[in-house]
Design a protein around this ligand. Structure first.
Ligand code: MN
Length: 233
């Protein structure tokens, strides 16, 4: 007999590539403006802006089937739905005030992910000095591929990160272009929050973000992690 008054909601989890294992998701942290050219395209100054973070709901993960295409519904309340290709970093260990030199010991693995954004709502929120919640933490706003363990591929600090829409390249950069490296992100974020195993960090998107429409298919890839295909329906 359970003490819960309703059935507990299922926990979001991400498959681990090449196994039947799942990575349970506790929180999804996102870093804003972490590639210089994207910072400029969003009106910021990459030489001055410190890193900042926001969260998506943990059940915003929308799993892309391995080798398949995810049908991803166009969300309500927007007419400017944007893709942002990002590398997801999954933590196997938590902590506070984690040292940069120790940070990668907290990483379980990596995945290709999208930070889908209702850009019109984000623009409005910026103007009105409101939270980004409805722009960034929408239902299913984090399509994500299988996690690849660092024990298999090591840690990723360089390699192509790309997104194409219907075969046309829109974002094409390198992980090495990040302003704040993954160890720096973990170290800085752990000053604000006690990180825990199960946390995911979306490490920011490079330049070239743009809108996607129903019927279009996004192909996101990161060197070393493979690709994901997401069709907007
Ligand atoms: Mn983003």
């Amino acid at each position: 007999m359970s003490d819960y008054v309703i059935a507990p909601p299922p926990r979001a989890a991400i498959p681990v590539r090449g196994s039947s294992k799942l990575f349970p998701v506790r929180r999804i942290y996102c870093i804003g403006r972490n590639y210089a050219a994207h910072t400029r395209e969003m009106g910021g100054d990459p030489t001055r802006d410190p890193p900042f973070f926001f969260q998506k709901a943990s059940d915003a993960v929308d799993l892309v089937p391995e080798g398949g295409v995810l049908n991803h519904p166009y969300p309500p309340m927007t007419s400017n739905y944007h893709f942002e290709i990002e590398m997801a970093v999954a933590l196997s260990k938590g902590g506070e005030n984690i040292a940069e030199t120790d940070a990668l010991n907290h990483v379980f693995g990596y995945a290709v992910a999208l930070d889908m954004t209702r850009r019109d709502l984000q623009d409005e929120a910026k103007k009105l000095a409101r939270p980004w919640e409805v722009a960034k933490s929408g239902d299913r706003s984090a399509p994500i591929g299988a996690l690849v363990p660092a024990s298999e591929i090591g840690h990723l600090s360089q390699g192509a990160i790309r997104l194409a829409v219907d075969g046309v390249m829109k974002q094409n950069a390198n992980l090495a272009d990040m302003i704040w490296s993954v160890p720096e992100q973990i170290a800085i974020l752990s000053r604000y929050y006690k990180l825990e195993a199960g946390d995911i960090i979306l490490s920011g998107t490079p330049e070239g973000v743009g809108k996607v429409e129903r019927g279009q298919t996004m192909t996101g890839s990161i060197e070393g992690l493979g690709e994901i295909k997401v069709k907007v329906v």
